[in-house]
Design a binder for this molecule. Sequence first.
Ligand code: FES
Length: 133
Amino acid sequence: MNKERQQPVKVATWSQLTDRRPHGVRVAEVDLVVVRHDDRVSVLEGRCPHRAGKLVGGRIDGELLICPFHGWDFHCGSGVSGGVEGESIHRFDAWVESDAVWVDEAAVRHWRSVTPQAFADDEILGPDDDEPT
Ligand code: FES
C-alpha cells in the first residue's frame, strides 16, 4: 500500500459494485460517488457544482456521470465537465485491494478543509428537495 495514503477507508465492496452505476458513500462528512467501469474505479465528489445536487442519483453515459437534476456531465476519469466549460468535480485517488475500493480519508478531509462549500448540507438538492429530470 502506498505510504502516502495515511488513513485508508473502504468505500465499497468491489465484487458487489454494479458496473456503470453510481454508488454513494459519505467519508469525513463529504458525499462521494463511486463508479466502476469494467476493471477501473473512480471516486468523485458526490455533489454537483451547479446546485449541489446529489450525483448518486445520476446515470453513466459512456465515460460521463450525468447529474440527475439538470444534466451537467462530468468525466469519470478526470471529473471535468464536458458540457459546461470550466466546471468540474474533484476526483479522489482510489484503489482496489482485497475486494474493496479504498480512498484515503485524510485526503478527503484535507480536500474538504481547503474547498469552500457553496451549500450547507440541508440546502443541497436531493430526492426530497427537487425532482431529477
Ligand atoms: S444540480 Fe446538477 S445540473 Fe443542476
